[in-house]
Design a protein around this ligand. Sequence first.
Ligand code: IMP
Length: 422
Amino acid sequence: MKFNTMTILGTQWGDEGKGKVVHFLSRDADYIVRYQGGNNAGHTIVINGSEHILHLIPSGILERKRCVIGNGVVVDPAALYDEVALLRRKRFDVRGRLFISERAHVILPYHKFLDAVKESSQKIGTTQKGIGPCYGDKYSRSGIRMCDYLERDTFAELIDRNLAEKGPVIERFGDLAALRRRMLAERDRYARFLQPFVCDTTRLLIGAIEQGKKVIFESAQGTLLDVDFGTYPYVTSSNPITGGVSVGTGVPPWYIAKTVGIVKAYTTRVGEGPFPTELASPLQEQLREAGREFGATTGRPRRCGWFDAVVVRHSIRVNGITELVLTKLDCLRGISPLKLCVAYRYGSHTTLTDFPASRKVQRTVQPVYIETPGFTEQIRGITRYRDLPASIKRYITLIEKHCGARITVISLGRDRNETIFK
Ligand code: IMP
């Protein structure tokens, strides 16, 4: 049986413009599902000129679709509460349309606190939302899940155990007893709010897929931030790759029919870590301004660089990507020539065509570029592929050739209508 399902994920370091793509591909979908990450993500969606930023709830909520937060997501109840309140103010009611896995792990204040403590020595450039420490607890088997959070006595017992374990570190920075009181009081308030949304989302999704419903799985971060396949340790603590869908939702791997990769026409990353094609100023600033490259969650300026086909080929391989959606092409206007990295040089004799695992190699490789003429024409507003200037078509063809996948959709602006189906 062929299921009506797809994964949509970022092929670079995140911020590829997934929000817009998921939003328009979800028009005829029944369910939109998050399977990893937490409120470290930020999807900016523009509808009729008005901007919406969502961190936890899939952007399909704006299309009044059913949205699922899977067991692989880590949920900060306070952040979710604020997001639901914001949506209500904008007249998007989530009642009966938001489902949260009873197995999803909960981010608690001490996770955020420990994130900040670790960041002061490790310097990953995290979003400081408590993501790493929460996943750390999950895998060391001391995590607190939604179903535990909803049971007051279970929750009280588990936080006492966890605070005893983490107490010495937390006490160096704050008052443990006050933190415990605050967490118990917050739990009472948020548990009432969360209760109607929490359920067995695996059962819900498998049932929907078997009935032929269209289900979209949406990644939060890009493949190069994947804890296994990214630029470790400068990664997030979960698996945005398509393999993460099954563990993060309980839906069997063979229920996922295809994987669409979102790729930005250039490269960006936030936070620390290797970035072989990073630009020097002033081109870096020019691209940042043109692409409004500032973090949706933290407001930090994103680092900007040339398109890197080595990175995207790596993503295509580990995700089994069948088609690409190219975004933010319009932001390259006025930059000429355009460069594409097709391989890396390591030392004086080695050429690498695969993304390396070694942190030393990642840090020291030199990009091998090809060049192609840029464009000065205004391309926003163009809706047919054949109307694009020849230099842009050449750039697109080079990306397809060096990445080894077809580009089926091209995004030329932030609004949903600024899209070409190739
Ligand atoms: P964490 O996920 O907050 O632990 O941060 C780990 C790394 O992932 C840092 O470099 C963050 O900047 C990066 N990161 C996390 N979420 C996003 C995102 O949504 N877009 C881009 N980078 C992200």
